[in-house]
Design a protein around this ligand. Sequence first.
Ligand code: PLP
Length: 341
Amino acid sequence: MEKKNIDWSNLGFGYIKTDKRYVSNFKDGKWDDGVMTDDANVVISECAGVLQYSQSCFEGLKAYTTEKGEIVCFRPDLNAARMHDSALRLEMPAFPEDRFVDAVVQVVKENAAYVPPYGSGATLYIRPYMFASSPVIGVKPAEEYQFRIFATPVGPYFKGGAKPITIKVSDFDRAAPNGTGHIKAGLNYAMSLHAIVTAHEEGYAENMYLDAATRTKVEETGGANFIFITKDGKLVTPKSDSILPSITRRSIEYVAKEYLGMEVEEREVYFDEVKDFAECGLCGTAAVISPVGKIVDHGKEIAFPSGMEEMGPNTKKIYDTLTGIQMGRIEAPEGWVKVIK
Ligand SMILES: *Cc1c(COP(=O)(O)O)cnc(C)c1O
């Protein structure tokens, strides 16, 4: 298979149209067989549920080339399960999890020419999503839905190494108790845009959201979970019913415990104790881990001892181990790596 003529290491993090995408429609109470198509455009009613009341959810995962030259993706079964949960919370029909994984494999296979080579730092980002496609005007769930998966090559998230970022404690809330913070719904992102644009205008890379009810506990950022390292080398991650269960974070917890022998705690994290941590990072599929050097809370600064030059030492160990597993340099736990054949 001939690779596309793309300058892999200078790719940005944007959309590039690839050759093939997967489409399945839900109609008359069932999903059809699904097809691969060349058509990158979606044509739906002007009154489609997604356009009126934002009934949509999505996933994000990556395929890459390992050291051995195989194309793999990372734990797609967990994306399938999470999308199942997102769909049900939004009164959408779940897409069968085994078919989700099969469709991911098919999309990667048929766009193999776009999977960046090993060592380029670039990856193929895979975007499964589902939306209400039939007309809805009175507020209720739609009757018809479309599930699609496209893929787009994306560049290394950090060009020239992962420099720690500065973030702010947001005055906006991301998710309400008993709301939709724990699912990957488009609506969570629509309402976060004003907060992130505001943070960027003020010179911050990201927002730290606190729990909406008490504003005392750490939740997450707009699109990544937090990890903290205590001064005695323990991994601490915030536990909350209103944060998105990041697959990267769950993988980090496993790697820290089973590969690095670290103590791991998933518990409520009060903002008051953040100043006592030694290292802080954001985790998600896009960057794996972005180190946080500084958190600003209304003029008060928390500067982590790991500084603004590089990742903290424990964060780096976790990062190297997890990316080593993903890239095939370190043996993966059973079932984590799906080889695309
Ligand atoms: C997608 C997402 C994450 C990261 O999840 P991963 O499965 O690790 O990619 C974290 N927080 C939010 C709000 C998200 O939407």
